[in-house]
Every structure is written in C-alpha cells, then in structure tokens.
Design a protein around this ligand. Structure first.
Ligand code: UT7
Length: 325
C-alpha cells in the first residue's frame, strides 16, 4: 500500500558563542564541577549574547538545515517552531524566523511543550504532511532558557542552556512498511497533574511578568525514565520493531543519568545512544535536534538508519518519534 511519509531532507543547529563552564558557575553559586558532572554529565552550556533572541538562534539553525537539505526557503510551505522562551508574548516567534528567511507565503506557528517541544513539533509536521496540508516543513526547536533561570538557585541554574536545532521534512511516497524512509510513528502524551513539578512562576495572564523556572528535580527524575520507556515501547509495539533494530537512540538531553537509565530499561545498546548533554546542558526543545545534527555531521547517522527520538519535560509532556533517515 502506497503511503505518504515525512522524510528528513536535512538538519542543522546553532549554539551561541559564549560557553559557561561548571567552574564559571562555581564562582556564581555554591556548586562544583564534580557535583554537576557526577549528577548530570554536563560540563558546559552556551548562553545567548545580550540582545540575541530565540528567533536569532532558531534562524541560524534553520539556515543550516536548509543548506544541508540543499533547498531554499521559497520551497517551504510551513514552519513549526517549538519553544517555551519566545521573543515576545506574541506574535509567534516562528513568524520572525519566517520573515528573516524571506518567506511571505505559507504559514508559521509555534508549539509549546517545553522539553518535549521538538517531538511535538515533528509529530504536528508529520500530521500536516500526511493530511496533504503541507509538502515541505521546517521544524525548529530553539530556546533561550538563560533568560528564565534564577541565577541564584543552584538546583536549576546549572542544568540549562541556550541553543537551537532544525530539520527539513518533505512528503515522499513510501510502501507502507517499516523499511520506508521517513517518520514511521509518533507517540505523544501529557499529564497536567504534574504541572507544579516543573514550571515558570510568571506569565502574561497570571503575574504579568516573565517569571523564573522552578523545578522539583528529584520528582522529575523519578517520573522521567518510566514515561520515556512508555512512549518508546509504544512505538516499538506499533511497528513490530525492537531495540535491536534501532541504529541510533537520540534522547532529550537533560541528564546523562536519565539517558543511561532509559537506554538500559529499554534494552538499547549504550553504543547506539547519542549523548551531547555534556556540551550544552538541557536546551529544552533544542536538545534533540542539536544531538541529531551532531550525530549526522560526524557521520554516525546515515541514510537508511533507524532512529528513535524521545523527550520528556514540563507539563509533564512526553513523546517519541521513530524514523528511518
Ligand atoms: O527536561 C526535563 C527537565 N528536568 C530534568 O530532567 C531534571 C531531572 N532531575 C535531575 O536531573 C536531578 O534530580 C538533579 C540533577 C536536578 C539533581 O540531582 P539529584 O541526584 O536528584 O540531587 P538532589 O536534588 O537529591 O540533591 C542532592 C543534594 C542536595 O543536598 P542535601 O539535601 O543532600 O544536603 C542538594 O541541595 O545536592 C544538593 N545540590 C547541589 N549541590 C551542589 C543541589 N544542586 C546542587 C548543585 N551543586 N548545583
């Protein structure tokens, strides 16, 4: 049976120039390189320059993805940006990127699922493509979490960073089997009963302020591995594929301990795990496309490889995307 598949044409990423190391942070709050590395695997994170916004980061990643795909923005018909740190309350940050790409046709909108944002945006793009509503979609994850951190709270400020990543998806015909290139299945979940475990204590309708990120880290940790395994296992059950069939596991980059425990629980060979958290910390919606782009650029991910993406974060939200590159 012929089906429409969303095939990755290219990917790209961008990290701001300034790197903030664990030792730099130890000058600011009561922490140490040893504690941060041992508990999280993070060694440094990048911080946007003064005046550099989420749309600046997203635009740079988008350009890199378009170059990698070898296409021009004029051939896109949709841009979906995942972010929890928009330039402004409105308009959507995606329209700024659309404008900078010289595009005045098609549509652009933001999706907001915090750390799961990229997986939500990929799923949305796949649904548009499958429904025949779009043929070429630019999916971006971009964040400036440095702007919503409480820099006096050592339990959160050491964990997050700024960055952006993007992929271009194109509608192509497949045979309807798991050998097809493109997205094979997507699984999304949320449960608002956990919203106070990871949230920002401000917003336009509640406090009329931007607010700061607040997190019960241990609580998030406790739920993360189970939730990730749930959506990854669902993707395996639906497709009949297993952990052994995977070529690469590209998880949300929040904490190396969560990544390692999830891979172990799912029976995924550690050699297949792409981990970049040490270089940029938790960049929320940007983390999966940052890891994906690094593994593609250094030659690990090749055409035909089976790749599992997953993420979990504020809401809680969580999800997985299984695709053949
Ligand atoms: O994308 C989803 C977003 N979030 C996450 O994925 C985060 C999930 N949670 C985590 O990654 C971990 O829970 C953390 C890395 C946040 C914390 O690690 P933990 O092993 O759960 O540590 P803990 O919260 O149980 O804290 C252990 C100790 C505490 O001291 P006491 O109470 O034992 O005296 C903390 O006060 O470590 C202390 N601590 C720190 N020490 C040095 C907390 N933060 C720091 C710090 N430096 N930065």
């Amino acid at each position: 049976m012929r089906v429409v598949r969303s095939v990755v044409l290219g990917c790209g990423s961008y990290l701001p120039e300034k790197a903030l190391t664990n030792s730099d942070l130890a000058q600011m709050v009561d922490t140490s390189d040893e504690w941060i590395v041992q508990r999280t695997g993070i060694s440094q994170r990048h911080i946007a320059a003064e005046g550099q916004t989420t749309s600046d980061l997203g635009y740079n990643a988008a350009k890199a993805a378009l170059d990698d795909a070898g296409i021009d923005a004029s051939s896109l018909d949709l841009i979906i940006l995942a972010t929890a740190t928009p330039d402004n309350t409105f308009p959507a940050t995606s329209v700024s990127i659309q404008h900078r790409l010289g595009m005045s046709h098609g549509a652009a909108f933001d999706v907001h699922a915090v750390c799961s944002g990229f997986v939500y945006a990929m799923t949305t793009a796949d649904a548009y493509i499958k429904a025949g509503l779009a043929k070429r979609v630019l999916v971006i994850g971009a964040e400036t979490f440095s702007r919503i951190l409480d820099w006096e709270d050592r339990t959160t400020c050491v964990l997050f960073g700024d960055g952006a990543g993007a992929v271009v998806l194109e509608a192509q015909e497949g045979e309807g089997t798991v050998d097809d290139r493109g997205i094979l299945t997507c699984k999304l979940r949320s449960d608002g009963c956990h919203q106070k475990k990871l949230y920002v204590d401000g917003g336009p309708s509640s406090t009329q302020t931007v607010g700061h990120l607040r997190m019960e880290g241990r609580e998030v940790f406790k739920h993360a591995v189970g939730m990730i395994s749930d959506v990854v296992d669902d993707a395996f059950s639906e497709t009949g594929l297993t952990a052994d069939d995977l070529t690469w596991f590209v998880p949300h980059q929040a904490n190396k301990r969560i990544i390692d425990s999830s891979a172990k629980k799912l029976g995924i060979d550690p050699q297949k795990v792409v981990c970049t958290v040490q270089k940029h910390g938790n960049t929320s919606a940007a983390s999966v496309p940052l890891a994906l782009t690094e593994a593609r650029r250094d030659g690990r991910i090749k055409t035909g490889d089976l790749v599992m993406l997953e993420a979990m974060g504020g809401g809680f939200t969580w999800g997985s995307v299984l695709l053949r590159w």
